[in-house]
Design a protein around this ligand. Structure first.
Ligand SMILES: [Zn+2]
Ligand SMILES: [Zn+2]
Length: 298
C-alpha cells in the first residue's frame, strides 16, 4: 500500500455474524490508533448479479504518507523519546488520599501517549503520518448479492494516524430495479404475455433472458397464471452451489380488435366447441397480483 495511484486487488468477504476487524490487529502494537472504517455504496444491474461482476472503485481515504512512511518525522530526523514521560506514554502521579499516597497513571499530555515526540514534523503530512488521497480499489463482487448486503474488505479503510493499522472498507450493495425481471431469492421472475391462439395451439418461442436466449416450448392448452420453470437460469447462489431458476408466469392475451371475418371464425369455433358456462372459483393471489393491478389501473 504505497501509492494512491496503484490499483489494489482486494479480498472481499461477506460481512455479518463474525467479529469484524480482527485481521492484523494482533501484530500491531497496542496504543496505535486504528484508521476509520469506510462505507461505499455500489449500484449493480440485475444482470451483473447473476454471475458477479468487477468494479474499480474510487475511494477518498487516508493513506500512509510516502515521505515519512508513517513515522511523522521529517526526512533525516526521527522521533525522540518524550522528556516528560520518559517514553512510557503515561504519567505516574502520587495522589494523597485518606488511605495514604496512591499512584495514578494517566496518558502523557505532551506525547499524547505515544512515548515519543516529533521535533521536526514531516512537511508532507504535518506530522500526521498519513495523507488524504483518492485510491482506486479493484474488487470482484460475488454473484448473488442483494440490496442491503455489505461486503467487508479487511484493511481497505483509512490508515490509522502515525502508521496505525487500517480500518475496514464496507461495500453496501444496491441492485437496481429491472423493468422485466424481478427477484425472489435466487430465482428470477418474469411474465410471458402469450397470444390466445398460441396458448390454445402451443408454440415454441425464444426468450431473451439476462444471460442469453432460451428456447421455450409452450404446450397446447396453456392457461393464464401457469408458471413455467426454467431450471438453473436464475441467479448464481452467493452461498452454496448452482443457480436459482427462472420462473415465467403466463398471461394469456385476449384479442380485442377483431375484424368481421375474424369474428365470424371465432363464432364458428364457439358453435362447434362445447363450451363450459363461466363459473366462479377462488381468487388467485400471488405472482399475478401486480399484473392484475396494472390492468385495473388502466
Ligand atoms: Zn509524512
Ligand atoms: Zn510523553
Amino acid at each position: 500500500m504505497r501509492s494512491g495511484r496503484l490499483a489494489h486487488h482486494a479480498r472481499v468477504r461477506v460481512a455479518g455474524g463474525r467479529a469484524r476487524g480482527v485481521v492484523g490487529l494482533a501484530e500491531v502494537g497496542a496504543g496505535r490508533e486504528r484508521g476509520q472504517d469506510a462505507l461505499l455504496r455500489v449500484e449493480l444491474d440485475l444482470d451483473e448479479v447473476i454471475f458477479g461482476t468487477h468494479r474499480d472503485l474510487e475511494v477518498d481515504t487516508a493513506i500512509l504518507c510516502d515521505t515519512c512512511q508513517g513515522s511523522c518525522a521529517a526526512p533525516g530526523t526521527s522521533a525522540v523519546t518524550c522528556d516528560i514521560c520518559k517514553g512510557s506514554g503515561n504519567i505516574q502521579r502520587a495522589v494523597r488520599s485518606l488511605l495514604g499516597n496512591v499512584m495514578t497513571s494517566s496518558p502523557c499530555g505532551t506525547c499524547r501517549g505515544y512515548g515519543t515526540t516529533i521535533p521536526h514534523p514531516c512537511p508532507t503530512c504535518q506530522g500526521q503520518g498519513r495523507v488524504r488521497a483518492r485510491r482506486t480499489i479493484s474488487v470482484d463482487i460475488p454473484a448473488g448479492v442483494d440490496t442491503g448486503l455489505r461486503l467487508q474488505m479487511p484493511s481497505q479503510g483509512e490508515v490509522g494516524p502515525a502508521g496505525g493499522p487500517n480500518g475496514d472498507l464496507y461495500l453496501e450493495m444496491k441492485v437496481k430495479h429491472h423493468d422485466v425481471f424481478s427477484r425472489n431469492g435466487d430465482d428470477l421472475l418474469a411474465t410471458l404475455e402469450l397470444q390466445m391462439t398460441d396458448a390454445i395451439l402451443g408454440t415454441q418461442t425464444l426468450l431473451k433472458t439476462l444471460d442469453g436466449e432460451v428456447t421455450l416450448d409452450i404446450r397446447p392448452g396453456t392457461q393464464s397464471a401457469e408458471v413455467i420453470t426454467i431450471k438453473e437460469r436464475g441467479i448464481t447462489r452467493l452461498r452454496g452451489i448452482g443457480r436459482g431458476d427462472l420462473k415465467v408466469g403466463v398471461q394469456v392475451v385476449t384479442p380485442t380488435k377483431l375484424n368481421h371475418k375474424e369474428q365470424e371464425l371465432i363464432k364458428q369455433f364457439a358453435a362447434s366447441h362445447k363450451q363450459q358456462q363461466p363459473s366462479l372459483t377462488h381468487f388467485q393471489q400471488g405472482l399475478f397480483q401486480k399484473l392484475r393491478d396494472r390492468f385495473l389501473n388502466l
